[in-house]
Design a protein around this ligand. Structure first.
Ligand code: SF4
Length: 315
């Protein structure tokens, strides 16, 4: 065997699909006020069915309620409640719900083993194109999240969305900034390199990012990022096994959360972990599950979360 590739056995809970942003490439959002919010009792039913199925991570992924909306507080409380519920039922939550205030992040740190937010791209040029109706995609706002996550010692996942109108130099600039922030705070556990992949709901008419380009981006990212940051690729968006293996050869070492549905890219189902294992095995790689927090960050957790994580590590 030449090495190990990891993935996180995960299930995604969506508090709501409504989102006040309108990114041109979105295949997730529903107009504000037009999507019901999940209830804690529905979530409890779903989570109880997942017990004893080897699912560890509950990814809480939500559309965004405007920071000044009168419904913002109840949205945050719902997210908090879902995380508490997941912990009580033996899972480990990871929340990714768009930009948060410092206080909101501070609250969610107490019920999450890690959190995430894609930087996507730092170039402001996209505010005139695919992000022109997406105030949450202002680059400074997203950078601020990474700084606060560092100050709060939250193990963090971020990443780039590739092929939404940026240049190659924009990729390297975004990666360099992630590397600098990690050097300052030591909190970035993984960077996702996500190829934009068109879906059925989006308004934007543009071809997807070519998977053939991905190994080159991965190789350069591996040079730019500190060695302890893992590079993650979503295997459902690199569906040709040859290109998947080429990405791994170039330096990707993690396949992210694998679950029944990719909520952000619903047109691209995941292969099962058994199928992925076969593809990787054919090239001499092992596929092993991991937790949504890397071991070097366990010491940043509160006592109850630390204990929950250790009970998973000792299984
Ligand atoms: S991509 Fe995210 S932020 Fe943009 S509209 Fe869709 S759900 Fe909202």
């Amino acid at each position: 065997m030449s090495g190990v590739i990891t993935y996180s056995p995960a299930y995604t809970l969506v508090p709501t699909y409504e989102c006040f942003n309108r990114c041109d490439y979105c295949n997730f959002r529903v107009e504000p006020g037009k999507a019901p919010w999940i209830t804690l009792s529905t979530a409890e039913k779903i989570l109880k069915e997942l017990q004893n199925q080897n699912v560890c991570e509950i990814l809480i992924l939500s559309g965004e309620i405007h920071p000044h909306s009168s419904r913002r507080e109840s949205w945050l409380q719902l997210i908090y409640g879902l995380c508490e519920l997941a912990i009580a039922l033996g899972f480990l939550p990871h929340t990714n719900v768009g930009p948060l205030s410092f206080v909101e992040m501070q609250q969610l740190k107490t019920v999450n083993v890690s959190m995430g937010l894609m930087l996507e791209q730092l170039t402001p040029a996209l505010l005139n194109t695919v992000h022109r109706h997406a105030p949450s995609k202002i680059p400074e706002l997203r950078l601020q999240q990474l700084v606060w996550a560092g100050e709060l010692q939250i193990p963090f996942t971020t990443g780039l969305l590739l092929g939404i109108g940026e240049t190659q130099d924009d990729w390297w600039e975004t990666l360099e900034v992630i590397a600098q922030l990690h050097t300052r705070y030591g909190h970035i556990q993984e960077v996702i390199l996500q190829p934009y992949s068109p879906g059925n709901q989006q308004t934007w008419n543009a071809a997807g990012f070519k998977p053939q380009q991905l190994p080159e981006v991965i190789a350069k990212a591996r040079e730019l990022l500190p060695a302890e940051i893992t590079i993650q690729i979503p295997p459902n968006l690199v569906s040709d096994p040859n290109w998947l293996l080429a990405c791994i050869k170039a330096g990707a070492r993690d396949l992210g959360g694998i679950g029944p549905k990719d909520e952000v890219n619903p047109d691209y189902p995941h292969l099962s972990d058994a199928d992925l294992l076969q593809i990787l095995k054919s090239a001499g790689w092992q596929l092993i599950p991991r937790l949504p927090i890397y071991p070097q960050y366990d010491r940043w957790l509160s006592e109850p979360l630390y204990k929950a994580v250790q009970s998973w590590r000792n299984r």
